[in-house]
Design a protein around this ligand. Sequence first.
Ligand code: ATP
Length: 301
Amino acid sequence: MALLEVNKINKSYGSKKAMDDISFKVEAGRIVGLIGPNGAGKSTTMRAITGLMSYSSGNIQFDGQPITFGNHNALDKIGNLIEYPAIYPNLTALEHLKLYAMDTKNPADFATLMKKTQIDGENFGKRKAKNFSLGMKQRLGIAIALIRNPKLVILDEPMNGLDPQSVHDLRRLIRDLADDGVAFLISSHLLDELQKLVDDIVIINHGKIIETSTMTAFFSHDKIRWLFNTSDNQKALTVALENHWIADMEDGKLQISGAEQLQDVITVLNNSGIKIESLNTITGNLEKSLLDMLANDDKGE
Ligand code: ATP
């Protein structure tokens, strides 16, 4: 059984279906991206998983226990940062952790947690939260989300408003924690950033899940392209087409895709007496693939 299992949950606002048979799973230690356009149902889904939102049918199982609006037993092991963390302007980072740890029997060790989330530097110390930058507040928010040693952390748009260095630090922190076995469910509209971070994706549109996949499978071999510069690009193009690969010229370079493996292409070109002078691999682009997928989905509406 997966750590989190969301099974066919539904919620309507009047005639509007905010969640329409939503089902997906999150395995321990995986970083899962919940993505979709504005109004797709991401926040509603995250709120249902954190017990903040009722749903009319279906069920949510976390670590073998049900989560409903009225039953919060399982929530002790879920940390969340949905929109902005509740931060008190006149408290320091450590005072926040002490405050949020008050109703927990076994909170995380403060010093370790502060080090891990990089809120232990001289920038913090005696400084009150009203003087924190957005990045500092976001890291404190994540530290608060981790105070109960959660198995799952839910982050809604955690990169919003962060500068590139803070985004980079946040990504590293999330990856480190995932390596320790913590699972993440993250929504973000910064798809380039999300693409660098997540292991799995769940795509939602008009309240419905339209795709669940690992990132690797999502960008399976037919979405990877190779750009070659060779001793004879024209001949290489002919050879590639003869092998039934997809091939054309792009900015003077030969673009090939659709082969099972890069090694197959290299071998065939070499055997045809063509010398490879340079080679770039271009992987899939989440943003572009997502837009294509949404356009297709909307066509079927
Ligand atoms: P965004 O990225 O804009 O936050 P989202 O994917 O998180 O979007 P939700 O906030 O979950 O989307 O909203 C899903 C749908 O439910 C939207 O059509 C929204 O207008 C509607 N909705 C959300 N909350 C309410 C509410 N309290 N009353 C009525 N409709 C609502």
